[in-house]
Ligand binder design. Structure first.
Ligand SMILES: Nc1ncnc2c1ncn2[C@@H]1O[C@H](COP(=O)(O)OP(=O)(O)OP(=O)(O)O)[C@@H](O)[C@H]1O
Length: 392
């Protein structure tokens, strides 16, 4: 797929900016805080409906304005598609395809695919399990947009179940219930406790059913991604290192069998029910999954050197590119935010070999010094200054 044009209106620090991409590689050159990452963020939003830098739409709208918009023309093998996203200060967002506003925003997913790689991605190795879950989920949404619905459903059920657990704990701790039943201070009366346990078992069944769909998908995607990442890792480290990627689900998933996973989900919930009662929150489920990376049998998170961690993230990103390409059937875009300068020549070359002219790539940088001549020759160079873009 190829992003032909991008039109930013009152988006971040851009008032009105039209960009035409004339080469498979575009270098966005500019000092700090000029708007380079903002432009990449606009592409990330079109691909995922989500920005890794911002949770609130009001931050995306040019300061002092009420509405901002990103519009793009994307060439796919099936034809050209116009995409648009409108953000409002009040948070109401609309998306459209070929001029038609979509009723369900999630239908926007899957039209454009992109892999994002920035220095923040080192958190994927160094950060907490939540970073790895959200990386995996973002990848899954691109491969299989329906996963966004599944995840949304899971989070809704999880919220409801947590609210019930909190309510139960609150009720158990109120002075009235303590007076009502002085012998069992923390238990509410029998009728309401029965009602609550019926309600809880309904949420349990729903959480296990939807949770098992999340778990199976995460397991499957890692099974496909791991060998790709391992091959890249081996190549980049000149065969001195072996990478292992292991999915560590909170609920055991030995086989890709929905019934079996749901069963172990329910059993684990049963085992942890007292702890959940005390903590007033759900302790079982894929919101507590982990993905473990080990290099030469050593956990990369605690013991990996900076260089090893960078190699690992680069291998993961290259694997993502290939996986999306093979599943979607077209190469996704690659967004490189200030990472090239951090890669040594060997890693830069690996990246360059992979990208060639197959993956359209947008690269931000503060100086051209770290690019080798081959990159510069084959790239369109745009300068970014205070929210204005010019051809260099
Ligand atoms: N909603 C907004 N309205 C106006 N300006 C904004 C808005 N959001 C961000 N900015 C401005 O955008 C600029 C940051 O741009 P960006 O993050 O793209 O930097 P950059 O060019 O990538 O620089 P760096 O090299 O430091 O990453 C800052 O000056 C910030 O004040």
């Amino acid at each position: 797929m190829y992003l032909k044009t991008l039109h930013l209106r009152q988006f971040r620090n851009y008032r009105e900016q039209f960009v035409e991409f004339s080469a498979p590689k575009t270098i966005l050159l500019g000092d700090n805080a000029q708007g380079k990452s903002n432009l990449l963020e606009s592409v990330e939003l079109l691909a995922t409906l989500h920005s890794h830098r911002s949770l609130r739409d009001r931050e995306l709208v040019l300061e002092g304005e009420q509405v901002g918009q990103i519009a793009a023309a994307l060439q796919r093998e099936t034809g050209c598609i116009d995409l648009a996203m409108t953000f409002r200060h009040n948070g109401r967002r609309t998306v459209s395809l070929n001029g038609e506003t979509l009723r369900r925003q999630l239908d926007f997913l899957g039209v454009m695919n992109a892999v994002q790689f920035s220095s923040l991605d080192l958190d994927l190795v160094r950060g907490g399990p939540g970073e790895r879950r959200s990386w995996l989920d973002t990848l899954l949404i691109q491969l299989e947009p329906v996963y966004a619905y599944i995840l949304q459903q899971y989070n809704t059920v999880l919220r409801q179940r947590n609210a019930l657990l909190k309510r139960q704990r609150g009720e158990a701790a109120t002075p009235e219930s303590q007076v009502r039943d002085a012998a069992s201070v923390y238990l509410p009366d029998v009728a309401s406790s029965l009602e609550a346990s019926t309600e809880l078992s309904i949420w349990n069944a729903q959480l296990a059913a939807i949770g098992s769909r999340v778990i199976r998908r995460r397991a499957r995607v890692l099974q496909r991604l791991a060998p790709l990442a391992q091959t890249w890792h081996e190549a980049i480290s000149a065969r001195t290192e072996t990478l292992e990627i292991r999915y560590a689900p909170n609920v055991a998933a030995q086989q890709d069998d929905s019934e079996a996973i749901q069963q172990s989900f329910l059993e684990k919930m049963q085992q942890r029910s007292i702890a959940e009662w005390h903590q007033g929150t759900t302790l079982v489920g894929p919101h507590r999954d982990e993905v473990e990376f080990t290099i030469n049998q050593t956990p990369a998170r605690q013991y990996g050197s900076q260089g090893q961690q960078r190699t690992l993230v680069l291998a993961l990103k290259l694997a993502e590119l290939k996986l999306i390409e093979s599943v979607v059937g077209e190469p996704p875009l690659l967004l490189l935010d200030d990472v090239l300068a951090e890669l040594d020549l060997n890693r830069q070359n690996k990246l360059l070999e992979t990208i060639q002219d197959r993956f359209q790539t947008l690269i931000t940088t503060t100086h051209l010094g770290s690019f080798d001549a081959q990159w510069l020759k084959s790239s369109q160079i745009l300068t970014v200054e205070a929210g204005q873009i010019r051809v260099a």
